[in-house]
Design a protein around this ligand. Sequence first.
Ligand SMILES: *Cc1c(COP(=O)(O)O)cnc(C)c1O
Ligand code: SF4
Length: 343
Amino acid sequence: MVEKGLVDRGEMEALERVAERFSVAITPDLVDLVTPGDPNDPIAKQFVPSKRELRILPEERVDPIGDDPHTPVKGITHRYPDRLLLKPVHVCPAYCRFCFRREKVGPGSEVLSREELAAALAYVRAHEEVWEVILSGGDPLILPPRKLAEITSALAAIEHVRILRVHTRVPVMEPGRIDAAMIEALRVPGLTTYVVLHTNHPRELGPKAREACTRIVDAGIPMLSQTVLLRGVNADAETLKELFRELVVLRVKPYYLHHGDLAVGTGHFRTSIAEGQTILRELRQSLSGIAQPTYVLDIPGGYGKVPIGPGYLGAEGEDGRRTVEDPWGRRHEYPPGNGKTGD
Ligand SMILES: *Cc1c(COP(=O)(O)O)cnc(C)c1O
Ligand code: SF4
């Protein structure tokens, strides 16, 4: 990263300490998206390490969203009855500096062994309430297509599993991996596949990333997106509007906007929830409904994700009346009602 001018030589000592604690990597595709010499470049900010990562706040946690208490076997996180995460690999092509699993991902944590994967699949098979399997990690699309196909066809053979959801940032980080073999590995008879793209800034959607998304959607695989709200990268309505619109143009439905998790050394990226809600209010005024994601918080401790967007509905009064706020902040009355037609 020094040779590419992405980091100052003078900062190297601090950055080596960052790299001892957290994984560091960037792909050539991402480097191509960086504007050299721009200290505010939104791609560089997400992937180039900073000494601010050494500042650890008391509320930050090694396991910010509480995966550990919901890990019945290695590689599985089962928090909701109908769906679970299967994490076959803990490696990514590049490492986001705000990663919510930053204490777990990286070279060395590697892939599940053949036996561990078999045990994880046996767990899915034994739990008939599991309707959906979410491949996560790390990034599952870093697996060679043949290895991925083994997993997807094993899942397709489990009768109660109907949906395969793949959480990935590969179409942005290393779009060349999304080739015909990868698409075939994702598209398996007996399963409905959704691909959820992690993307945070419109500049990430360069020609190659766009082509990768088009290839997936053209293959009949619906795409959704998830975005992390990041100070200094995308925490303003204009940037997010541009991102969500571009995604809709690409046939990728904006799904979640995540409030920043309390991952260790990521305080410089986090906004307050109030700032997030202000942005969401602006989006509601001026952005198509089909481009609106749900703003969610993953409650620390493993209690699940909940919407934390602004509320528009006032409390019910004594007489059953309510007020409801419109997108521009004006209040209106809504009559009491009990659903009966009165006959
Ligand atoms: C985020 C998450 C899911 C998926 O949640 P949805 O609200 O269905 O997108 C499932 N399991 C775990 C453990 C998660 O962290
Ligand atoms: S792609 Fe996801 S798992 Fe990988 S470093 Fe980024 S946030 Fe973490």
